[in-house]
Design a binder for this molecule. Structure first.
Ligand SMILES: [Mg+2]
Length: 382
């Protein structure tokens, strides 16, 4: 079998789908993207295609190593995301060629169903509480929400109180009937992270995500020592070579590699296995589309330490398209009481509605995250 063609489709809300074709008619889909830099990742995918065309798509391990090691420069958000989507499509092809789901190729499932959680948008407590009520009716009992809006290096008691009051109100409204993680989103610098985490401790969140930015990961062990709240991070780390330093330094309780950013299934399986050896739970990051979600699920179902799967059905970022809009086998993605079952179809288990993808890719707008500024005019982390 030989790879004959790579086609990319940038689609709303902020995703990109990759179709890899072969001379035997088997087609694989991947989702290589960095949100806000889709065109850059697209260029990287097509640079890799110069080597990939004519190769046997079933040699995933070798193709991965060629993409990673064969170009001298490596790693980082763009290249690892391009590789991630290509890797997903190669696994899709291999599974389809052999007639089995990817988790079967990986040794079979360690669980019958996977726990998912849902994002809740809104910055006012009343909006969040309303959002949780709606999602509970759909069966979810686990949620994630942002912890704060922009926060200064050293911010006021008023700002801290507002962030804490919001969480207190949510816990007050639902008691222990729900669980929630709080995403600091890299908005909080180390001096305030320590203060905010201490104040949030009584409300017992499941975890604090990115309490500080990935480039300040040396704070994770120090923050972990000062709080009982588990620390989660990893969506802005791109290979096992980055994760190894974080695992070794300690402090992380939950690791969140993104299957579309950290080298794909091939690399994230290794990251998951490294995490298991450190007693760190796995909760793959996934605010993306259906192929990325499927790739996460294949890793979850074969990884003992997988505890939670993020998914973006109904997420407040998705303007213009929903996760299942591009999929025809929507029933396979049904979430019951917050759990999803292994996708039963061969390969990644996603049947892409290609006409819809082509249609949506015509004049797809370029998504960019909002640019925030502090009161003094300086740039704030979003
Ligand atoms: Mg996050």
């Amino acid at each position: 079998m030989k790879i004959t063609k790579l086609t990319t489709y940038r689609v709303p809300p902020r995703w990109m789908l990759l179709k890899i074709e072969t001379d035997e008619g088997v087609v694989g889909w991947g989702e290589p993207v960095i949100e806000g830099k889709a065109r850059t990742v697209e260029a990287a995918v097509h640079e890799y295609s110069q080597y990939l065309i004519g190769q046997d798509p079933r040699n995933i391990n070798d193709l991965w190593q060629v993409m990673y090691r064969g170009g001298f420069y490596r790693g980082g958000a763009i290249l690892m995301s391009a590789m991630a989507g290509i890797d997903q499509a190669l696994w899709d092809i291999k599974g389809k060629a052999l007639g089995v789901p990817v988790y079967e190729l990986l040794g079979g499932c360690v669980r019958d169903k996977m726990k998912t959680y849902s994002w809740v948008g809104g910055d006012r407590p009343s909006d969040v509480i309303e959002g949780i009520r709606t999602l509970r009716a759909a069966g979810f009992d686990t949620f994630k929400m942002n912890g704060t809006e922009e926060l200064g290096f050293i911010d006021s008691a008023k700002a801290i109180d507002a962030a804490v009051a919001r969480i207190a109100e949510i816990r007050g409204a639902f008691g222990n009937d729900i669980e929630f993680g709080i995403d600091f989103h890299g908005r909080v610098a180390a001096p305030m992270a320590k203060v905010l985490m201490k104040e949030l401790e009584p409300y017992r969140p499941l975890f604090i995500e990115e309490p500080v930015l990935a480039e300040q990961a040396e704070y994770y062990p120090r923050l972990a020592e000062s709080t009982s709240i588990p620390i989660a991070a990893g969506e802005r780390m791109y290979s096992r070579f980055e994760f190894k330093n974080v695992f070794h330094a300690g402090g992380l309780s939950i690791v969140q590699p993104d299957l579309s950013h950290a080298g794909g299934i091939t690399e994230c399986l290794k990251i998951a296995a490294m995490a298991e050896a450190y007693d760190i739970a796995l909760a793959p990051h996934c605010p993306l589309g259906p192929v990325a979600l499927a790739a996460c699920l294949h890793v979850d179902f074969v990884s003992y330490n997988a505890v939670l799967q993020e998914q973006s059905m109904g997420i407040h970022y998705n303007k213009g398209a929903e996760v299942l809009d591009y999929v025809t086998n929507k029933e396979d993605f049904r979430i019951e009481n917050g759990y999803i079952k292994p996708l039963p179809k061969p390969g990644l288990g996603v049947v892409i509605d290609e006409q819809r993808v082509i249609e949506a890719s015509r004049n797809a707008p370029d998504w960019a995250n909002p640019l925030w500024r502090h009161a003094d005019g300086s740039v704030a982390e979003w």
